[in-house]
Design a protein around this ligand. Sequence first.
Ligand code: GLN
Length: 494
Amino acid sequence: MINSSLKQLGDMLQAKKISSVELTQTFLSRIREYNPNINAYVALDEAKTLAQAKAADARIAAGNAAPLTGIPIAQKDIFCAKGWHTTCGSKMLANFVAPYDAHVISQFDAAGAVNLGKTNMDEFAMGSSNETSYFGGVKNPWDFDRVPGGSSGGSAAAVAARLCAAATGTDTGGSIRQPASLCGFTGLKPTYGVVSRYGMIAFASSLDQAGPMAKSAEDCALMMNVMAGFDARDSTSLNREKEDYTRDLNKPLQGLRIGLPKEYFAAGLSADVGKVVMDAVNEYKKLGAEIVEVSLPNNGLSIPVYYVLAPAEASSNLSRYDGVRYGHRAAEYTDLMDMYCKSRAEGFGAEVKRRILIGTYVLSAGYYDAYYLKAQKIRRLIAQDFVEAFKQCDVIMGPAAPSTAFKVGEKVNDPVAMYLEDLYTIAVNLAGLPGMSIPAGFSTSNGGKALPVGLQMIGNYFDEARMLNIAHQYQQVTDWHTRMPELNTQKEAA
Ligand code: GLN
């Protein structure tokens, strides 16, 4: 049951072969057993969760179930969920109980899905290893000595360890795709504006986008049917007609043109990851695809540009945490300014402070033109590279992350090494395009346990249904997405 697809679970629920309460209990008991080691969840509320499962069973009995009714979903702790602690991985919000639901949460509620709990994450979604969380790191279920990736590390580990049926994540520079690659599941970052950011705690608003993290492309399509859609409460939400993301899953791939950017297979990519990615590309050839070489000449500028723009936006977004309205307030202070300073000094962790300092600097009067404005201009060039590439191909493929999961502690003291994790993902956010990571195989070249490798697919604007089709066809002829880590041996090791 824990390895069943969302479609299979939905069918079983609606045929009354299982109840939502039983299914939810199955996941809750796995969480009780494995979460103390993995640390994927930061908030659980069994009473609330089971009440939703009971309501779902009643809805199924009444005959008006939707596809995800009764299915337990883990929610990244960046989404406000009414009555739930919503911490964004920060001490700043450790005592914050959200008074309202994010759009994504209310969409799942309306679909009758069950909220299984809130998942751990890098503080304010800043990180690539989940090690900046105030609530501690998350273990990679394939090897407890390694990180799950970040910032959606808790959702990633929960999906990989089958501690939920599926989960939500957010991706500002790679936080859905990089953990999907490191933990071996399917993750989709939609086109910017397709999923409402209302009630999703802001990091870098021009880049932040929520998306599904699930076992398969078909599961992601069902999640997208719930998550996507216009919401007037987010000024960047796109007013488009509602789509059925499952509609193209079964289309053949004959004649598909796959672009391989030469910059994605250059220095920086581990040989073992490159090999798995090329094996996957060859599988696509068998499915009728043709390969063309493309170029994204400005990709090398994407990390420097991101680390000007994202901190600039973050420094502005995070100015709301002043100890006055909500969140952490220092216990002792002399005056108002001292209260602000102490509350922020105590409430934010080191990486968040680093970003606020960088952001404030690049926005300051003397440096705005040199850094922020320049970065905005290069952002346009990076987006233009994709426009050119898509003249030659239908989708772009390459690695999602430069290497397999790295060791806990390996990069924490080297921010630049950590930032390089997003070498293949950040440009996609800067351009606002949709991107996916799909399980493509394993590498044993670290000499230890087999570690998953993700294939990244980048599509043109609003091509999500097509990308899900392309991923689904691959998942019909491969079984990487069905592989599960052996948790008991891991538990002993921990
Ligand atoms: N790793 C990147 C960062 O630290 C991206 C994080 C994200 O996508 N939320 O900013």
